[in-house]
Ligand binder design. Structure first.
Ligand code: GLU
Length: 649
């Protein structure tokens, strides 16, 4: 539901959270008794000390008081830190970071894309989400991805590299909205570092170099893009200087004329024209005329960002606030937390603890259950009713969790039926069809900011796949997203059987996995974090939350620790390892125990299957007792924390 900002005043908000917290305490003690009789839950289920509401564990690392930025690229972190040093707040810093990321991580996010900004206002205590997700054009239809004359093997590639998958971009309007409502600086001020980086260039890092080299043809869509990233046909290597004059020009236009030049002025026409381009360059498959974009000037003119209430669940005395629909992030993680709260995850003495068989097993099972529901019930709530209350209803979640046994892997779960648990649906019944997860992009970027006034921004931002469609707006130097491939490419709606929650519709937003999150205690923000990684985002955020709350890790340890991910009900397990910082490692002995339970995707007994890399989490922490601020950055990319005042060498 959309919220009215002015009604989310701090006092009432905090009061509501206190009440929720008190209700949680009662619910928790009731559940501790029930747990003795619940199959699969070991007797004596107690909470580890750090989860009992006695304040945070002793967070280590460098402490700051004037603000912290945690960003996946050092030059963008620097842009944000400079805004804070110049007297700006978290919103000014966030806007500067996003513009700079458009230059230095052009393959992951930018003004041609969209995202979700989770916000906590220091002044009012309100926590809410700015939804800048791309929207389908007015002319979009459920069957628009069914091309004739394209081989089935090429359908997805053609869809994801053509104008048909470009959603109306939201990022620029989000930045402008955030600056006007909560920031202190002008667009021209916050865009200045990005203009400098685009005009004078920067040395590309190994991640960008690798993405150019392995572009799947996307930087070769057009002559202009090839000339920029592959001059003379040679992919730019790490350390090469990348200068982007067209992007610098675009940013100057925006600085001078505001967002209208993008949504209504000369850039809008260029965007529409770019989505109609038919590519001529190899190596991407040929594009049928049907794959041309359907976006018009009216779509750009009518684009709006929305302010929405986050999905908030209580977990062991903390409030976990994360993305609401059209993202599936908050609801899916919320279900997992509610399932996992039954187990003493942090307690090695009870057979759990970080990386233990029982802990990983129940994490996998909770992911399988929640992803089964996600596939059926979640989509853009402005178009399809999403049974949010039912999905998070404790009785409903308990009924789902009853399938978990500590002795073996459960059979593949179907989606449940949350409607009887959701008053909005009047206890309606529904026959639920199983839906398989479809391929989703694995890139994007997340950054987190806290300022000295207690404002917090947790922002996941994307152009969907690495390089988006690969279509760069000619003459303007930014890439267009392929976000509409996050819709069901084949419609799933069957009356009475499947709500088609994520089928394409005119002006609808595709379902996302992005989960920018803020963890609070009694309404006070304690941590902000999020991750890229398509559907694995949900699990990276879950792993991080458990590391902080159950395992008592510092923010850096919580980010470094190896992650585990399952993104479908079937439950193929992915797990991390192989990089020295991913500690404590998931041992081969524990992997053998998971194999013995029947878990999939872990290869042969005695081997180490945990060799992957999942997500890129950037987070900040505010110590609730001292007010000191900390940052954690992810070495899986070039994560960087800058805290203020900067330490003197
Ligand atoms: N399109 C993806 C989503 O919204 C972006 C996230 C990603 O691929 O990393 O879920």
């Amino acid at each position: 539901m959309k919220s009215n900002l002015t009604s989310a005043r701090g006092g009432r908000f905090r009061f509501a959270l206190l009440i929720a917290g008190a209700a949680l305490a009662v619910a928790l003690s009731a559940r501790a008794d029930e747990a003795l009789e619940t199959p699969g839950v070991p007797p004596g289920n107690t909470l580890p000390p750090q989860a009992q509401g006695n304040g945070p564990p002793p967070w280590t690392g460098k402490a700051y008081r004037q603000g912290v930025v945690a960003v996946a690229h050092p030059l963008a972190a620097e842009a944000g830190a400079r805004m804070l040093e110049a007297g700006g707040n978290a919103f000014d810093a966030a806007a500067a970071i996003q513009f700079a990321l458009n230059v230095v991580e052009p393959q992951f996010s930018g003004i041609g894309g969209g995202g979700f900004m989770m916000i906590h206002l220091g002044k009012t205590g309100a926590t809410f989400m700015l939804d800048a997700r791309e929207r389908a054009p007015i002319a979009a239809t459920p069957t628009m991805f069914q091309f004739t004359g394209v081989s089935p093997a090429n359908q997805f590639t053609v869809a994801s590299t053509s104008g048909i998958s470009v959603g109306v971009p939201g990022t620029l309007l989000a930045l402008d909205t955030a600056l006007k409502r909560w920031g202190t600086m002008s667009l021209a001020q916050v865009i200045a570092p990005a203009i400098d980086l685009a005009e004078n260039g920067f040395r590309i890092n190994r991640f960008l170099a690798a993405n150019i080299a392995g572009d799947g043809g996307r930087t070769q869509q057009q002559p202009e893009t090839s000339a920029l990233f592959r001059p003379g046909g040679v992919p730019l290597a790490e350390g090469a200087l990348l200068v982007q004059p067209d992007l610098a020009k675009t940013f100057k236009l925006i600085a001078a004329q505001g967002v209208d030049v993008f949504y209504r002025g000369e850039i809008s026409q260029a965007i529409v024209d770019a989505t109609k381009r038919i590519r001529t360059q190899a190596p991407l498959p040929p594009q049928p005329a049907e794959a041309q974009g359907r976006m018009t000037l009216a779509d750009l003119d009518r684009y709006r960002v929305e302010i929405r209430q986050p999905i908030t669940v209580n977990y062991r005395g903390w409030q976990f606030a994360s993305s609401a629909p059209p993202s599936s992030g908050g609801l899916t993680i919320g279900q997992m937390l509610k399932i996992l709260e039954r187990y003493p995850l942090g307690d090695a003495a009870q057979g759990f603890g970080f990386g233990a068989r029982n802990t990983l097993h129940v994490m996998i099972e909770s992911m399988r259950l929640a992803f089964a529901d996600r596939a059926v019930w979640m989509g853009d709530e402005d178009f399809v009713p999403v049974p949010k209350k039912g999905l998070l209803n404790q009785t409903y979640v308990d009924s789902r969790a009853a399938a978990i046994s500590l002795a073996s892997r459960m059979p593949t779960p179907a989606a449940g039926n949350p409607l009887p648990f959701d008053v909005a649906f009047g206890g309606q019944s529904f026959k639920v069809a199983q839906v398989e997860a479809q391929e989703e992009g694995v890139h994007t970027t997340h950054f987190s900011v806290v300022d000295k006034w207690g404002n917090v921004v947790s922002y996941t931002t994307t152009i969907e796949a690495t390089w988006g469609t690969g279509i760069m707006v000619p003459g303007y130097g930014f890439l267009l997203n392929n976000e509409l491939t996050d819709f069901n490419l084949v419609p799933t709606f069957v009356p009475g059987v499947n709500p088609g929650a994520n089928d394409v519709a005119s002006m609808k937003r595709p379902r996302s996995s992005m989960a920018p999150s803020i963890l609070l205690k009694n309404g006070e923000p304690f941590a902000a974090f999020g991750s890229p990684g398509g559907a694995t985002i949900i699990n990276s955020v879950l792993n991080t939350a458990l590391n902080l709350i159950d395992h008592g890790m510092t923010v850096q340890q919580a980010i470094d620790a190896p992650r585990l991910s399952v993104t479908s009900a079937t439950g193929t397990v992915s797990c991390e390892g192989g990089q020295p910082f991913m500690q404590p490692a998931i041992s081969v002995a524990v992997q053998d125990q998971l194999r013995a339970l029947g878990h999939l995707g872990l290869g042969a007994a005695g081997t180490n299957a945990c060799t992957q890399s999942i997500g890129s989490v950037q987070g900040v922490i505010i110590d609730l007792r001292t007010g000191k601020q900390y940052g954690g950055a992810d070495q899986r990319r070039e994560g960087t924390v800058i805290g203020l005042p900067r330490p003197r060498n």
